[in-house]
Design a protein around this ligand. Structure first.
Ligand SMILES: [Zn+2]
Length: 403
């Protein structure tokens, strides 16, 4: 077979052009790798607060370094919820959605490999990542890097004349220079969970820098929303098996057990911090935690967590992704006298992103039901309902799934 994809693409385009001119039907060349691409694509544009409109835009030209992707699905993130409710970044009108994935339907002749060096072909499943590929160690919102508003922050880009800038759409145009990964070996739900899971892979990497988190550590995870639940799964895939989950919602605690927690504490059952800390120690057979992950955005939860950690233990605070206010601690009792080592964690690096693919495969391998995190799915045309469902916080991860 000597015909390359570009020739086939040109051939198909020529045939389709002919058809659209009202010419009689011409037999199309048989080619399994070339997908039929419509002339327009639907994009869910946030045009006002709490209001998406489905807009139809012409399919853009695919440049030599570009990739056109047919979107299969995209998770709704906390960031999307903030944009939906308040537009803190001043982006309206904007095509949101950054936890997306889909299939390459067309790519420019210069596109050969993904950001990890893997081959790319039409038909491959991909995700984008929000980091420039020139420095794998930066987190995506490092303001000293020109990565905010850069070509690769899909789902948080200002609108332009291409419009296909977010994953809440039928198609997205991935521009030259973007970070893109071939994840064809992961199923759809795993691919949708890559972005949130990368946050936890990064947090656990940060925790490991303390030297305290080890194979047989006693670990407390406070907060069992999607972030805390994935945190438990990441720990479990690392062989950490003594995990106590803490939350106020019995259903979420049950889910925490499915994700790999050994025991759980419902804080609603205990009055006062001493009783609560006692309950945590009880689950560890009388010991406090060697290490704790704080996965809620609650200042009280931050204040409390020090009481669950043993002398010389460690803490990773990752719940305050956005400013959730001040928390009160006693620096003498909580940090100095106990010699607690704390790390903060925010977003992820490009390296963590690639590690996440392996985490997802391993989680599946040991039977953790990560796909159950996606509790509700909606088609693109019901994106407003999907966001309202997300705001109601009655599910875990809400996702748009295209037909
Ligand atoms: Zn996100």
């Amino acid at each position: 077979m000597t015909i390359n994809e570009k020739d086939v693409a040109a051939l198909v385009k020529a045939v389709l052009d002919e058809m659209s001119k009202g010419q009689p039907q011409v037999a199309r060349p048989a080619c399994s790798s070339q997908k039929e691409i419509p002339k327009t694509a639907r994009v869910a544009m946030l045009t006002a607060l709490e209001k998406y409109e489905i807009k139809e835009f012409p399919m853009p030209e695919v440049g030599d370094g570009d990739i056109l992707v047919k979107v299969e699905g995209c998770g709704i993130c906390g960031t999307d919820a903030h944009e939906f409710k308040r537009d803190p970044f001043g982006l309206i009108p904007v095509a949101l959605g950054h936890e997306g994935t889909g299939e390459i339907v067309k790519m420019g002749k210069n596109v050969k490999k993904d950001s990890a060096g893997k081959d790319l072909h039409v038909g491959d499943k991909v995700v984008t990542c929000m980091i420039f590929k020139d420095n794998p160690d930066i987190t995506m919102f490092d303001l000293n890097k020109q990565n905010v508003g850069g070509a690769d922050v899909y789902g948080l880009l200002p609108d332009d004349d291409i419009h296909l800038n977010g994953w809440f759409a039928d198609y997205i145009l991935i521009r030259e220079g973007s970070t893109v990964f071939n994840v064809s070996d992961l199923d759809l739900y795993s691919r949708i969970l890559i972005e949130p899971a990368a946050v936890l892979v990064h947090a656990v990497e940060r925790a490991k820098t303390t030297g305290i988190l080890r194979f047989n550590s006693r670990v407390a995870v406070q907060g069992c929303g999607p972030i805390g639940l994935i945190c438990i799964a990441v720990l479990r895939t690392m062989g950490i098996e003594n995990i106590v989950a803490i939350d106020g919602n019995a259903q979420r605690l049950e889910f925490a057990n499915e994700m790999g927690a050994t025991k759980s504490v419902n804080f609603q059952d205990y009055k006062g911090i001493d009783a609560l800390a006692g309950a945590v120690a009880d689950r560890f057979d009388g010991h406090l935690a060697d290490f704790a992950f704080q996965c809620t955005g609650s200042p009280v939860a931050h204040s409390n967590i020090y009481k669950f950690i043993r002398n010389g233990g460690g803490l990773c605070e990752l719940g305050f992704f956005i400013n959730g206010g001040d928390a009160t601690i006693n620096p003498h009792f909580d940090i100095c006298a106990k010699e607690i080592t704390t790390v903060g964690s925010w977003v992820y690096t490009l390296r963590d992103y690639a590690t996440t693919f392996d985490f997802l495969k391993r989680a599946k391998g040991i039977g953790l039901p990560l796909e159950k995190l996606i509790t509700d799915t909606f088609p693109l045309e019901e994106i407003n309902e999907a966001h309202q469902k997300n705001l109601a916080m009655t599910g875990l991860k809400i996702a748009i799934i295209n037909k």
